[in-house]
Ligand binder design. Structure first.
Ligand SMILES: O=C(CO)[C@@H](O)[C@H](O)COP(=O)(O)O
Ligand SMILES: [Fe+2]
Length: 228
């Protein structure tokens, strides 16, 4: 097993006027990485921020925190180089947003960033499967992308279980409505990278929530390895 349990707060739910200090706070509370949601108002019905903000966040937090860019945009090809230059570490694009995933994967790799591939709830995991050998991470959305604070879609868990059974060492991320009450489903299905927005950011004790989420994933991983 080459993957590990990692918790990445989504800062979309934080006070957007204080994004830099919110990123620092999340890292101080034990986050393993930061999940940055980029929305263009076209691929999804909401707008967030782009590479100039990412560049500012990078200067604010320093070189170490890993930035997982969740690119909810219609033309993901357009932002690969700007995001790499701004300090992004992983470029996670949506399979639904491109007609040439193979070329995009190559372009992302050429910048030195890692490659993430996301699917919306209506996209089957079989459509993602042909690319699984070429990516670093698969993101199974557990809400319709666009907004934080939505209800977790448990019916996405068979996608995660299937991916884990087919690709035992792939990083598998879940995103949307994940928190203490839904983490066990994700962990049992085999997700190891956990995005959590409102449950972490709005908590009075984000450190405890992050620790709880990581423990749930680690215990499920241990159980899977004993069962084998
Ligand atoms: O990409 C998205 C939404 O489109 C997510 O990253 C959410 O921002 C996560 O927030 P919660 O659902 O955990 O509150
Ligand atoms: Fe996201």
């Amino acid at each position: 097993m080459s993957y590990s349990a990692k918790i990445g707060p989504s800062i979309l739910s934080s006070d957007l006027a204080c994004l830099g200090s919110e990123c620092v706070r999340m890292m101080e509370c034990g986050a393993d990485y930061l999940h940055l949601d980029v929305m263009d108002g076209h691929f999804v019905p909401n707008i967030t921020f782009g590479h100039p903000m990412v560049e500012c966040l990078r200067s604010c937090v320093g070189p170490d925190p890993f930035f997982d860019m969740h690119m909810m945009v219609s033309r993901p090809e357009q932002w690969v180089k700007p995001m790499a230059a701004a300090g992004a570490n992983q470029y996670t694009f949506h399979l639904e947003s491109t007609t040439n995933a193979g070329n995009l994967i190559k372009e992302i790799r050429e910048t030195g960033m890692k490659v993430g591939l996301a699917i919306k709830p209506g996209t089957t995991v079989e459509e993602l499967a042909p690319w699984a050998g070429q990516i670093d991470m698969a993101l199974v959305m557990t809400v319709e992308p666009g907004f934080g604070g939505q209800k977790f879609m448990e019916d996405m868990m068979p996608k995660v279980s299937w991916l884990r059974s087919q690709f035992p060492s792939l990083d598998i991320e879940v995103d949307g409505g994940v928190g203490p009450s839904t983490i066990h489903k994700c962990a049992e299905a085999g997700a190891n990278m956990i995005v959590s927005g409102s449950a972490v950011v709005s908590s009075d004790d984000p450190r405890s929530v992050i620790t709880m989420l990581r423990t749930a994933v680690s215990e499920a991983m241990q159980k899977r390895s004993l069962d084998r």
